[in-house]
Ligand binder design. Structure first.
Ligand SMILES: Cc1ncc(COP(=O)(O)O)c(C=O)c1O
Length: 396
């Protein structure tokens, strides 16, 4: 039996928990920047699954490698070794300039891993007293949805009804390095930040902020940890967003686009001093680092470098932002972004605009009620951006 979009929406709403409020479009096919709903309508994907689709939908090179691996070996768990994981870890270290890596699946798991690593380093290397380790994070952060991670969220809704929460986090205003200096004490193990706050609404910190925080961390023997799950792999116009400030972290967290838009792949990369502290049994994941994930991860990294997606994002991001600046509508409060990571902040609710853009064939989603994020796959062309702008202009 063929189902209509409306029927599938009803079935989904009847049997699925309502932890999302998606646009009512039921997609069935995707290629590059384009997706099709089951009625055959074509849309441009301007969200890219929150930057997980930097490579575009069904990227042929990545899908091909994944299919080959699917016929060979899919899962070993970490009880046994497989022939793809070592090469993935090596590639991650080469690309990030780190010494060791630890694979997981989702972004939240990788953030949890980084927090565990930072705490362990705090106790074993820095000498923090038992159970006293603290990690500093920014107001308005988004690092995932586990209980520990929501414990340091500043969004009430994320925490409401989910306590008791995990202690050990100090929350400071984002973009102000001085407060970090003030809050650091002998129990501080790490500072965890997004280089640009994505879910927070494309919040770009002042120039030099990351570098200043890095310096403060170094002077105080504190780990400088960057969550590049959304900003990494070319999204902001550099391979990693930290490059804008020259502030290489002590530990980097990657996810989303590391899975090439086809599979959940995440990783934490750092020094031997930090990740070398893990002993067998300390931490793990049944699927983390499986041969498919490793194959896809290598293919995703290779593609970003081969196609120079960071440069593409930088150039096309500027081109598109310049066009957006020509929009003449008093509802627009601010347009900000780096590369193809762009936020359009409105003076009122953004959802009606997202709905209107959908009618015109552009899929995007509001964040924090008043902000529309434009983050298309980085393989997008200038002509496709022109196509999008024409419709955005009509809506605004
Ligand atoms: C910066 C950042 N960290 C972590 C996550 C969580 O990733 P996941 O949804 O794969 O758990 C996200 C997801 O939006 C994110 O943007």
């Amino acid at each position: 039996m063929e189902y209509s979009s409306q029927q599938l929406i009803e079935i989904g709403d009847r049997y699925g928990a309502h932890n999302y409020k998606p646009l009512d479009v039921v997609l069935t096919r995707g290629e590059g920047v384009w997706v099709w709903d089951i009625e055959g309508n074509k849309y441009m994907d301007m969200l890219s699954s929150y930057s997980a689709l930097n490579h575009g939908h069904c990227n042929h090179e990545i899908v091909k490698k994944m299919k080959e691996q699917l016929d060979k070996l899919t899962l070993t768990s970490r009880a046994f070794r497989n022939d793809k994981l070592p090469l993935f870890l090596k590639k991650v270290c080469e690309v990030t300039g780190m010494e060791m890596a630890l694979p997981m699946n989702t972004g939240a798991e990788a953030v949890e891993t980084a927090l565990k690593a930072a705490r362990k380093w705090g106790y074993r290397v820095k000498g923090i007293s038992k159970e006293k380790a603290e990690i500093i994070v920014g107001i308005n952060n988004f690092h995932g949805r586990t209980i520990t991670i929501i414990s340091f969220s500043t969004e009430d809704q994320y925490k409401d009804g989910f306590g008791p929460l995990t202690p050990g986090f100090e929350i400071v205003p984002y973009g102000n390095a001085e407060v970090i200096q003030e809050k650091i004490n002998e129990n501080t193990a790490g500072v965890l930040l997004e280089p640009i706050q994505g879910e927070g609404g494309i919040i770009i910190p002042p120039e030099g902020y990351l570098n200043e925080v890095k310096k403060i961390c170094k002077e105080n023997n504190v780990l400088f940890i960057l969550d590049e799950i959304q900003t990494g792999l070319g999204r902001t116009g550099k391979l990693f967003a930290w490059e804008w400030d020259g502030a290489k972290p002590d530990m980097i967290i990657l996810g989303k686009a590391l899975g090439g838009g086809v599979y959940p792949v995440s990783v934490v990369a750092s020094s031997k001093e930090v990740l070398g502290l893990f002993n067998p049994g300390d931490h793990g994941s049944t699927f983390g680092g499986n041969p498919i994930a490793a194959t896809v991860g290598i293919a995703a990294l290779d593609y970003v470098l081969k196609e120079n997606l960071p440069e593409r994002s930088r150039k096309l991001g500027k081109y598109f932002m310049d066009k957006l600046f020509t929009l003449d509508n008093s509802v627009i409060k601010e347009i900000r972004g780096k590369g193809l990571f762009i936020g359009l902040e409105l003076k009122g609710p953004a959802r009606p605009y997202a709905e209107k853009l959908k009618e015109k064939g552009i899929l995007c989603k509001e964040t924090h009620n008043t902000i529309i994020r434009f983050a298309p796959p980085l393989i997008i062309t200038k002509e496709e951006l022109d196509w999008a702008f024409k419709r955005i202009k009509e809506v605004f």
